[in-house]
Design a protein around this ligand. Structure first.
Ligand code: CMP
Length: 141
């Protein structure tokens, strides 16, 4: 079964939307394999988003991701990576399709409520960034 990494970002936590967003995720057929709440350090946020380090929004993104607690989750489903990206919608909530999580709840391109891995390969890297093997027990076992 395919896995993806989701992060409910500091804006999601601040707006008391954890439960609502998780309901969308579960109703869309994803199983939550692992979940934790934590505050990213500046170093962790920089490392997690290092692919964007040359982008003009990188420093603000790091500041935002360090501005409060996040919820990180490993989600499992057939076609999890692409289906999750469909469920959350485009980076810019104004461009996201009706009914997607970002269209419903996000305020801006930066404060866009949720992160989802963009490929199966990156999902593996991002999952191992936050979770050890022993925390990743499949729901089917
Ligand atoms: P995410 O899916 O977590 O991946 C990279 C993040 O960078 C993205 O969501 C946004 O939070 C942020 N981001 C991407 N593009 C922009 C932009 N043009 N301006 C500000 N933030 C951006």
């Amino acid at each position: 079964m395919e896995r993806t990494l989701a992060i409910l970002k500091p804006d999601c936590v601040r707006k008391n939307l954890i439960g609502k967003v998780i309901s969308h995720i579960e109703e869309a057929g994803f199983k939550i394999v692992a979940l934790k709440m934590l505050k990213l350090t500046v170093e962790q946020a920089k490392a997690f988003y290092s692919v964007h380090k040359e982008k003009p929004f990188y420093n603000d993104l790091v500041k935002f991701m360090n501005s409060g607690k996040v919820v990180v989750m490993v989600l499992e489903k057939d076609n999890a990576v692409n289906d999750f990206r469909e469920l959350i919608g485009a980076t810019d909530p104004k461009e996201a399709k009706e009914g997607t999580i970002r269209r419903l709840y996000a305020d801006s391109k930066q404060e866009n409520i949720v992160h989802g891995s963009d490929s199966v390969e990156n999902a593996k890297i991002e999952i191992s960034f936050f979770f050890s093997e022993s925390e990743l027990i499949s729901n089917e076992s």
